[in-house]
Design a protein around this ligand. Structure first.
Ligand SMILES: [Zn+2]
Length: 67
């Protein structure tokens, strides 16, 4: 299994595309990143599926809204 995967997500605040390198070696996790375009915090939710050998990434704006 590749532990590092790059995903492109859209900022939930401004729509800017951001390439994020994910490290799946520690399993599923939540983390935050700042959008380089609008500087708002982005809440990233990484789900590692070891059976499927896949990583899914969910993004939200950290304000209780689900995108
Ligand atoms: Zn943004």
């Amino acid at each position: 299994m590749r532990n590092y995967t790059e995903k492109v997500v859209s900022c939930p605040h401004c729509g800017h595309s951001i390439a994020i390198t994910l490290d799946a070696s520690n399993g599923s996790q939540n983390f935050y990143d700042d959008c380089p375009a609008c500087c708002h915090a982005i809440h990233l939710n990484m789900m590692v599926n070891e059976q499927m050998d896949s990583i899914e990434l969910f993004v939200d704006a950290d304000d209780e809204q689900i995108f």
